[in-house]
Design a protein. Structure first.
Length: 125
C-alpha cells in the first residue's frame, strides 16, 4: 500500500499512516472496522508520518486538518476490542490470534512505559 495513491485524500492519508505505524488494527473481514490499539507512541508516529506525506500538488496536509481527521477517526474506532458488529466467530482462529497478539503487544508496551516511572527518592528509615 503506497502513500501516493492516498496522498490527496485526507481520510485515506491518516488511515494509511495509522495502519502502517500499527496505531490501529483493521478487521480482516470488514475493512471499515478499525480497532484502536492504544499505543500512544504509534499514534504520535502516525501523525508525524501523515505530516510528511506529500500531495500531488507538492504540498503537505496542515497540522490542524490532520489533528481533526485523526480525532474523527479515533472517535469512530473501537477501543482495544472488537465491536459487536464484527463477530469473532466468523474469523479464522489464526486471524483472531494475530489481532489479539497485536493488541496485547501494544498494551504491554504501553504498560511497560508506565512502569518506568522514576523511583521514589524518599530515604529509607
Amino acid at each position: 500500500m503506497s502513500p501516493k495513491g492516498y496522498a490527496d485524500d485526507l481520510t485515506a492519508t491518516v488511515r494509511y499512516a495509522r495502519e502502517t505505524t500499527r496505531a490501529i488494527a483493521v478487521c480482516p473481514f470488514h475493512s471499515d472496522v478499525t480497532i484502536r490499539v492504544g499505543d500512544d507512541a504509534a499514534e504520535s508516529h502516525a501523525f508525524e508520518r501523515a505530516k510528511r506525506i506529500v500531495k500531488s500538488d507538492g504540498t503537505n496536509w496542515g497540522p490542524k486538518a490532520l489533528n481533526e481527521e485523526i480525532g474523527r477517526q479515533l472517535s469512530e474506532a473501537a477501543d482495544g476490542e472488537w465491536p459487536a458488529a464484527c463477530r469473532i466467530e466468523v474469523m479464522q482462529p489464526c486471524d483472531a490470534l494475530r489481532l489479539a497478539h497485536e493488541i496485547s503487544r501494544a498494551s504491554a508496551a504501553r504498560d511497560c512505559r508506565l512502569s518506568r516511572a522514576p523511583p521514589d527518592l524518599t530515604p529509607a528509615l
